[in-house]
Design a protein. Structure first.
Length: 100
């Protein structure tokens, strides 16, 4: 039962890390897109549109920073749990090696 609980916990931490990574890829794509749109708006003399786009760009950057902050603990937790499993796997395979 403990093994099942640990496995579920590990999966949850790794999935959280993967979700944060995917969300950050989306934010980076949006940051690039809004940056380009701002350049186009500036070039066309659309200062009001550029201003609104800059506000949105700032929101996207803030979301990216929050995700980075969130990822710090989640990535460490996912790595720690995974490392624990690796050590357990090594010791189990080592036992098997000795017994055979
Ligand atoms: Fe976004």
């Amino acid at each position: 039962m403990k093994k099942v609980q640990k496995s579920c916990r590990t999966t949850s931490e790794v999935l959280d890390a993967a979700l944060i990574a995917a969300a950050q890829r989306v934010e980076h794509y949006e940051i690039a897109a809004y940056g380009t749109l701002i350049a186009f708006a500036d070039l066309l003399g659309e200062s009001q549109h550029a201003s609104l786009l800059r506000q949105t760009l700032d929101e996207e950057k803030a979301a990216d920073e929050k995700l980075t902050e969130l990822s710090q603990d989640v990535n460490v937790a996912a790595n720690d749990l995974g490392a624990g499993e690796s050590e357990q796997g090594k010791s189990q395979s080592g036992k098997r090696g000795r017994a055979a």
